[in-house]
Design a protein around this ligand. Sequence first.
Ligand code: KG4
Length: 335
Amino acid sequence: MKILSIESSCDETSAAVVEERTVLSNIIATQIAEHRIYGGVVPEIASRRHTEAISAVCDEALKEAGIEYSDIDAVAVTFAPGLIGALLVGVNFAKGLSLSLGVPLIPVHHLRSHIAANYIAHPDLKPPFLCLLVSGGNTVIAEVEDYTKFKILGGTRDDAAGECFDKTARQMGLEYPGGVTLDKIATVSDFTKYPLPFPKSGGGEYDFSFSGLKTAVINTVHNAKQKGEGIDVPVLCATIRERVCDMLIENTFKAAENLGYKKIALAGGVSANSELRRRMEEECKKRGFELYFPPLKYCGDNAAMVGAQGYYEYLSGNIASSDLNATATLPIDYK
Ligand code: KG4
């Protein structure tokens, strides 16, 4: 079954052709360079760029897969969560395609597709497993009970981990997307130089809070500026990264151990973080867990992962009608 999948939830316009877990093509038109000058994604610009790019990106995905529109068996699209104007571009384009081709329209939840990036890379990975889902807008620990059945165990009470990276990086004058830059330049020489807090969420056992850490970094940078002192940016970056990893890793293992999961998957843009991967690999080996994470090219937003999840949504009977709408916020375990 060949699925043409579309992703436009934020600042990447992407289309892919996927056959179950096999990616035949995956085209991404990124807007990063344009948003960089504003230090973050400008939603209005994102929507306009998606509108301009989407048709050509879909054509390119078919060309690279070596097929025609008439060979497509279904169209899958990210419909939630994300920037509403951006999502609407993909959803409307997908609706038009599915109507004109006479094929099913499959609605795909963005976070579910991030998890499915692991299915592409690991043919042996099957639910149930535990997933730490860390992206720019979300930080969630979820039980993946089945391909389309999820249970949220905990999540952030305020900022997402990626947001904490991006905002603290911006404060230090680093280029957008800050998380990527921060990870590249972080050098560990002395974790005691900037004593950052380890905030507790005050919520559920597996919840997170990142806003206290973000504020502490902002204050550190401001105080230094007021005193006319410089900041050792690579060391501060490494300290922030260390704190974020401490929080993510602690709660993930607590959940896995309490609930008896032996398989842990990482997903979302922040799963590209080199230190998170290194420490999770080390800990999993030490504690006897199997660890899965997507290859770097499938960590960020892309349509291949939408197609992989779309296949399982299709099998479970999740087919949309032509009144499908986009939704800015929607939990991963939506009914
Ligand atoms: O999953 P994603 O591409 O978009 C959302 O669905 O939110 O995640 C983007 C986030 C950004 O906050 C970006 O800074 C972060 O992922 N990110 C990283 C790294 N690569 C991307 N954060 C830390 N280290 C990285 N290597």
